[in-house]
Design a protein around this ligand. Structure first.
Ligand SMILES: C[S@@+](CC[C@H](N)C(=O)[O-])C[C@H]1O[C@@H](n2cnc3c(N)ncnc32)[C@H](O)[C@@H]1O
Length: 363
């Protein structure tokens, strides 16, 4: 490993200069060399000392063996500095870590390094057993098309995740799951605990688009919170896992029913009308469209809460709030509080929005 030896008081100046030329080897630290400092040089540093550095000495030293602190460091080690720097703009900077899985989008420009990218991700995180390339969301069930690019084929896409202190199974090759909504689910738990205290009884909860059940897991785990859960999802591959998750985590012996039907048909069962104290609606592209056939599931005799999530044009948020108010009014549910809050951007024009509605709060 080559090092440039500079006066110690000039270390920062030369370090910055080398970095600006991509001549600084970031994997290693600066070493003490007598009264001076030795700055590690990358493979891109010229073989002949550039004239503006000719007053300094180059030395060869064994660099200490250190492990890179991110997957990009492993990748750089694997493909070499030249290739790494050539495609620097295109390396995936973010990815989803779901249990033992990594799900990553890979740009066309670096497709030929797919194997090296997945290998670096597995080398960096020993927990990761499979890496999937994300080819986008498809179909009504919003399932990601995933291509296995690293790890064992035999394991499929199933993995165990731990969220808000609860473990459950997911399989992103079969259904939708995003760890990014974990804090929203914690807010749902807080809401439910508050509602239970207010009503002084256990709650009936309906999640018509339950997926693998991430929102329901912390609710059934909470002592004395839930009386009855109706969990539904139209995707049969998802409901099989949802059922396992609910049964495994049902330490409180909550009454649970699992359905696999179009959520808009739940209201056709007279038993479901007005039954639920808490209703979750997470079908962000169609939430508003489906809402008219879901509101009737809410209990209208005491305080009830709807928590929903929607993707909407940022210019139409006020319009959406007005439409929701009109809908509740027409169904004779008195709104006592409504929160419509954009939480993050989804596209240049659309925002991901949280909707929370409290009805009959004075009761
Ligand atoms: C955005 S995901 C939400 C899943 C889960 N609630 C979560 O937060 O991870 C929407 C779910 O709704 C299901 N779905 C789509 N259309 C449906 C419908 N008409 N009725 C019931 N479920 C539906 C999909 O299969 C998917 O699992």
């Amino acid at each position: 490993m080559r090092y440039l030896v500079v006066p110690s008081q000039e270390t920062e100046i030369w370090k910055e200069y080398l970095d600006s030329k991509e001549w600084l080897e970031r994997k290693y630290s600066i070493e003490i060399e007598g009264e001076k400092r030795a700055i590690p040089l990358s493979e891109l540093f010229p073989l002949n000392l550039p004239t503006n550095l000719s007053e300094f000495e180059i030395i060869e030293k064994n660099a200490p063996e250190i492990s890179p602190n991110d997957y990009l460091g492993h990748l750089k080690k694997e493909i070499g500095d030249v290739n790494y720097n050539k495609f620097k703009r295109f390396w995936p900077q973010s990815f989803d870590l779901i249990g033992e899985l990594v799900i990553v989008k890979i740009e066309k420009e670096v497709e030929k390094f797919t194997k090296e990218i997945s290998h670096s991700m597995i080398s960096h995180n020993k927990r990761v057993s499979r890496v999937f390339r994300d080819l986008g969301v498809h179909g009504n069930f919003r399932v990601r098309k995933l291509e296995l690019i690293g790890g064992s084929k035999n394991l499929g896409g199933a993995t165990k995740v731990k969220e808000n202190g609860v473990e459950f199974n997911v399989d992103p090759t079969k259904g939708y799951y995003s760890p990014r909504l974990a804090t929203e689910r914690l807010d749902t738990l807080e809401c439910a605990i508050y509602l239970k205290t207010k009503l002084e009884r256990k709650l009936n909860i309906c999640d018509p688009y339950a997926g693998f059940g991430p929102a329901l897991m912390p609710l059934i785990k909470e002592k004395g919170l839930v009386n009855y859960i109706l969990a539904n999802d139209l995707n049969p591959e998802v409901t099989t896992i949802l059922e396992e998750n609910l049964i495994t985590n049902n330490k409180e012996n909550v009454a649970i029913e699992i359905k696999c039907k179009d959520a808009r048909k739940l209201i056709e069962n007279p038993k479901n009308i007005g039954l639920f104290d808490l209703l979750l609606v997470n079908l962000p592209h169609s939430t508003i469209e489906h809402l008219p056939l879901l509101v009737g599931l809410l209990n209208n005799n005491s305080t009830a809460i709807l928590r929903a999530w929607s993707i909407i044009d940022s210019e139409k948020i006020k319009q959406m709030e007005d439409d929701i108010k009109k809908l509740f009014d027409s169904l004779k549910y008195p709104i006592s509080n409504i929160i419509v809050e954009p939480t993050r951007s989804y596209s240049p024009t659309q925002v991901y929005t949280k909707i929370e509605i409290w009805t009959n709060e004075s009761s």
